[in-house]
Design a protein around this ligand. Structure first.
Ligand code: SF4
Length: 235
């Protein structure tokens, strides 16, 4: 696909895995075949995320793929939080908007001949589900209207220490939240976060924590799949 002149689209959350995959892709894909795409999550995203992405992608074009709603509005409307098994937040706030923008970009840039490799920084170590995912997959769903769409996980086999080592070797720093003890980036309070991360996030963003707690109490449903209320977790 590199030799065929395909577009390589790098989904970037601002987290360490996105940053490491970008470092890898920049070393093997010609710059004029690369584009970065970010789905901004509004106020639930860690502050400084967009600036961090811009600071670490050089001259690579950046596409923003906003959703028509935000996480808290979505939860309030549905009356429940997404679960790790059924993550509407990922599909509605990230995957859907990103795919929409990539289809547009591909259409607006016929030099790629409809060929695209959509790259994500998922790693096998993160969860049994992610370990089962193939590192390279043809997307039947998106290969329509003259498009040839592949999905690639360029750092699927990398360990977490390697991710940080590659970022350091490239002379870059990861997002500031890791230095504050967070193990993951993206949403400050994630439905899949550990209790430790939820507590740290609450210390770093007490006002947002209060909003999450108020919403949990309003809809009588907890963010954490352990069903322990956030108020109790962070107390
Ligand atoms: S970071 Fe967590 S809460 Fe936010 S969209 Fe992704 S899975 Fe959902």
């Amino acid at each position: 696909m590199i030799a065929a002149g395909a577009l390589f689209a790098v989904s970037h959350s601002g987290g360490k895995d996105s940053q490491a995959q970008m470092i890898r892709l920049r070393s093997i894909v010609p710059p004029d075949q690369l584009v970065v795409v970010h789905a901004p999550l509004g106020r639930v995203e860690w502050p400084g995320t967009l600036a961090h992405i811009r600071a670490t992608i050089g001259d690579t074009p950046l596409i923003l793929a906003p959703a028509s709603t935000d996480l808290l509005a979505m939860v309030r409307r549905r009356g429940s939080w997404p679960t790790p098994a059924i993550r509407q937040c990922t599909s509605d706030l990230k995957r859907g908007p990103i795919e929409r923008e990539l289809r547009r970009y591909l259409k607006a840039n016929p030099r790629f001949g409809g060929r695209i490799v959509s790259c994500m920084g998922l790693r096998a170590d993160e969860s049994p589900n992610r370990a089962k995912r193939p590192a390279l997959k043809f997307s039947e769903r998106n290969s329509k209207a003259g498009r040839q769409w592949w999905e690639w996980l360029p750092i699927h086999h990398w360990s977490e220490p390697r991710v940080f080592a590659e970022i350091a070797a490239a002379g870059e720093r990861p997002h500031w939240v890791y230095a504050k003890g967070m193990s993951r980036c993206s949403c400050s309070f994630c439905i899949m976060a550990t209790r430790k991360d939820l507590r740290r996030a609450a210390r770093l963003r007490p006002r947002l924590a209060a909003e999450y707690i108020a919403l949990e109490e309003e809809i009588d449903h907890t963010l954490s799949p352990t069903r322990v209320p956030l108020r109790e977790i962070i107390a």
